[in-house]
Design a protein. Structure first.
Length: 383
């Protein structure tokens, strides 16, 4: 808007006020004059600001000075203006010397979105086989959950790649001083990586889930909007790779377990926890050492203390028996990590109601543990 045009509007406005002498016209015209002045001020201010220089993230390999090449520090690669970058560095094949950890991408899900997280023992020999069986049983569920392996134990990356799981290796902010993955940091990272998930779960890396997880969750979802699931396990020795290409793999492995084991394990040995998104509220979970005692009983107690439905859903999960050689001790109790977990648990509410039998809700029916989601197996509240 030019200065001449502005003076013309002023003159025209004054003429209208003098000859029409209408109060309403005066108010309208005064508003127009103010708006024009404001527009001129804004345009003038913006025109005085320098335009920002276009920059481009250019990845440059650090080299020694040679003809047509320059030495650039890797940490300055994203600050180099386009105009200052020689053509030799515009190739898409150049790389930055510093290591960049690629964030994994989560699986796409249709309908029910589930994220299962875990940590592994050093994956070699029989442990590689048992943990392969466990992770593949999760990946073979009808609901196709996203599986995330945390930590950098030997063979973790290779195993995660083989089964199609995501792998979050070192460096990871949740690793404790002894190299253990920490519960709270692990859950927060899983939520960040899979924001679309409706259900989250932590499952120990030696637990085989039969193909009943979708029936289990959908049965409970029909009654509750928010809930947490725990359950008893069945300890058994498998000793071989399960053939997951066989459509009857679940029935086959269950028959094997029934032939070897007649009872489920004790009520204070919890190896899987499944909860709805937001179940624990805004307070972050404490950083317990995963794979050490106390944290599992504390989790059950915490779930019960929320007042939300806590369900004992002891459906068929198989715990593959193993030793504790990876801990360099014969028993995980008495380690420094266990003592730290103990103190952390006491400082955050304890675990007085930390066993499966404390769950207010459970499934009942004949051999219900083997028939979750089928007729005769229903959800009931303990009295």
């Amino acid at each position: 808007v030019s200065t001449q045009s502005t003076w013309g509007v002023y003159f025209f406005s004054i003429c209208l006020i003098v000859f029409m002498r209408i109060r309403t016209s005066f108010i309208i015209i005064l508003f127009v004059m103010v708006a024009l002045n404001l527009k001129i001020f804004i345009n003038t201010t913006i025109s005085k600001k320098p335009r920002p220089e276009l920059t481009k993230v250019v990845q440059i390999k650090t080299t020694t000075p040679t003809t047509n090449k320059i030495e650039v520090r890797a940490d300055q690669a994203d600050k180099i203006p386009i105009t200052n970058v020689p053509k030799v560095y515009k190739s898409t094949k150049t790389t930055v010397k510093k290591e960049v950890i690629q964030q994994p991408k989560s699986d796409k899900c249709n309908g029910l979105c589930i994220t299962l997280m875990t940590t592994l023992k050093p994956s070699e020999g029989s442990l590689y086989t048992s943990q392969y069986n466990a992770l593949m049983s999760w990946r073979s569920q009808d609901v196709k959950p996203t599986v995330i392996v945390f930590g950098d134990e030997k063979g973790s990356g290779e195993l995660a790649k083989e089964v199609g799981a995501l792998h979050v290796p070192n460096p990871f902010q949740g690793l404790g001083p002894k190299g253990t993955v920490l519960l709270g940091a692990m859950v927060r990272e899983a939520e960040r990586l899979t924001p679309q998930a409706q259900i989250f779960g932590f499952v120990n890396g030696d637990i085989i889930m039969t193909k009943k997880l979708d029936s289990l969750i959908n049965t409970i979802r029909n009654q509750f909007h928010e809930f947490m699931i725990v359950g008893r396990r069945i300890s058994v020795t498998i000793g071989h790779r399960i053939n997951f290409t066989d459509p009857q793999w679940s029935e086959t492995i269950l028959s094997l377990a029934k032939s070897r084991v007649k009872e489920q394990d004790r009520i204070d040995a919890e190896d899987y926890f499944i909860w709805t998104k937001g179940f624990f509220g805004k307070d972050p979970l404490p950083n317990f050492h995963i794979g050490r005692p106390v944290y599992d009983n504390w989790l059950v107690n915490r779930g019960i203390s929320t007042g939300k439905p806590m369900v004992d859903a002891s459906f068929p999960v198989l715990h593959q028996l193993h030793d504790y050689k990876h801990l360099s001790v014969s028993n995980p109790h008495g380690t420094m990590e266990q003592k730290e977990n103990y103190n952390l648990g006491l400082a955050n509410g304890g675990w007085r109601q930390g066993t499966i039998e404390h769950c207010p809700w459970y499934f009942y029916g004949n051999t219900c543990g083997w028939k979750i989601g089928q007729s005769g197996c229903n959800l009931r509240k303990r009295t």
